[in-house]
Design a protein. Sequence first.
Length: 392
Amino acid sequence: MLTRPCWVEINTRNFEQNYSFLSTLASPQVELLAVVKANAYGHELKICAPAVVRAGARWLGVTSVEEGIEARRLCPESRILVIGMAQGQSNEIVRHQLTAVVWDNWQFDELEAAARAQDVRSVPVHLEIDTGMSRQGAEPGSLAPLLERFHRGSPLRLEGVMTHLFAADEADEQNTNAQLERMETALKQIQSAGMQPETLNIGNSAALLAGQAIKISALAGRYGMNTLIRPGLALYGLVPQFDPDFSSDEPASLGQARIHLHPVLTWKTRVVSVKSVPTGAVIGYNGTFVATEPLRLALIAVGYADGLDRRLGNHFSLLVRGRRAPLVGRVSMDQSVIDITDIPGVATGDEVVLIGQQGGEAISAFDHAKAAGTIPWEIFTRIAARVPRIAT
Ligand SMILES: *Cc1c(COP(=O)(O)O)cnc(C)c1O
């Protein structure tokens, strides 16, 4: 093998089944948009986009136009929502039939110009409302000037109205309810302006698993709209952690998700060499670990340049021969060392699991996140591009 032995395996069957499970959970009136931004959360767009389309997804969601173009090449028939368009990209959006999320005048200017230049008569867009996150979106109280831009002569067509929930992973629904109220204010204005968008586009994995689809589709129903919910993390098999959590009155959907969602990604490396060191041996940069007894050590081909957080040195264990082997000393750029003293038989070439199952043990992206002081989204997305993703 010409590459370093550090790779990711993507279980496409689990990915497809996760999508199917989430669709049944969402109830028949609710459609799902599969979020495949950031190279499918590090799982690789090339593998994941066609897989989720096979599983029945009609909509894909990406952040950038670059990703949108790649998704279009992979999935010629899909609807592709570009959540974060930037300046100068409208020609490509129109050319590749991507659906832009819009909220600012320059986006209307650019998209109209691109549609006219390409002689495209109707370009569907989703209007984002800032219902409380202050990230992107129009103010719900002052939509009139933007709505006027969908006048008869414009090639832009208001297909969807969208917002992003910033606290769907809080069992206390106060923030979400306030956001939905602001959305209702916006929908009233849109209705009074005589417009009838088809789709209400709200909610992430946490919203879906916490059962918010009911509230969202009720809101959509009051305005004659369909509902589109946008799960990401759950598709990749992780159940978001709720904080504060639900304690005893957890929604049934969350319990079902724990049973039916299965992680898609396994991250592996191999033992490159094994050695014994005496008491007093210093391990890794700056000697942060000193052997207090004779140890057996295995050198493994993974480092922080692969995305293994440097903070995990001396604070985490990986799996080899189905057992937990502590990372000793600092994580280096391309290599790390694990303590295999208590694990008999470890040899050069043995597989080491960073994320995934081996024997009866498992390590999740949540485990990495906790040790690194971050969230699983970041753990997944910073597994380096040089680590090959292999569909299994
Ligand atoms: C990333 C993202 C999602 C998906 O969020 P998850 O928590 O991973 O389900 C949904 N909507 C928007 C706008 C996003 O940026």
